[in-house]
Design a protein around this ligand. Structure first.
Ligand code: AMP
Length: 190
């Protein structure tokens, strides 16, 4: 069974690789960003609130994210999953760790996609013209990157300690196909 987490700053290519690998392994791809963006279409009060937070590049509350993720993971229990964009805070990672221990499961692979700020800024700007995401503009990129540095990197470091043998650094500056190949090789070897 494969339970996988993709880490990395916004624009590193987590979503692209998570999608490819979920099809390759036939396990569900759980992108919290995609789930939240779908929620925005409902246009209720929660959606209006979420839209403001996401458009500014800040993080949505842990309670909302934990409830989204636990309900999805409970449904797919035992079939494997790929988490993309979660956990992003220490509180979320504690929640996930509790969930995993309650369901006697673990994380089999963690892929940390590394990329420098200049490269990711250019990528996000390119994606903004292709996907017209409101949070893909220069002002917001910096906020999102700072959220990553201030919150998510702490989570990544803690997982690096806990799951050291299953933690893999991935060079995110390569072409999409090369990155996929590197990930597949790790999956085949271990
Ligand atoms: P992403 O598509 O993963 O870059 O996420 C887009 C936006 O959704 C982020 O900038 C946050 O506002 C929100 N978001 C996604 N996942 C999380 C999370 N795990 N915790 C808090 N906010 C999140």
């Amino acid at each position: 069974m494969s339970n996988i987490i993709f880490f990395g700053p916004p624009g590193a290519g987590k979503g692209t690789q998570a999608k490819i690998i979920s099809e390759y392994l036939n396990v569900q791809h759980l992108s919290t960003g995609d789930i939240l963006r779908k929620k925005l279409l409902e246009k209720d009060n929660l959606a209006i609130e979420l839209k403001k937070i996401m458009a500014s590049g800040n993080l949505v509350s842990d309670d909302i994210l934990n409830s989204i993720v636990s309900s999805r993971l409970s449904k797919e229990s035992g079939k494997g999953f790929i988490l993309d964009g979660y956990p992003r805070t220490l509180h979320q990672s504690e929640f996930l760790n509790n969930f995993l221990s309650k369901t006697s499961s673990s994380i089999n692979y963690i892929f940390n996609i590394q990329i420098n700020f200049e490269t990711l800024k250019n990528r996000i700007l390119k994606r903004s013209s292709e996907e017209s995401r409101e949070d893909d503009n220069v002002d917001v990129i910096e906020t999102r990157y700072n959220e990553y540095l201030n919150s998510t990197q702490k989570v990544t470091n803690s997982y690096k300690d806990i799951y050291r043998p299953n933690f893999y650094e991935i060079d995110g500056s390569l072409e999409i196909e090369e990155i996929t190949q590197n990930i597949k090789e790790i999956l085949k070897k271990s």
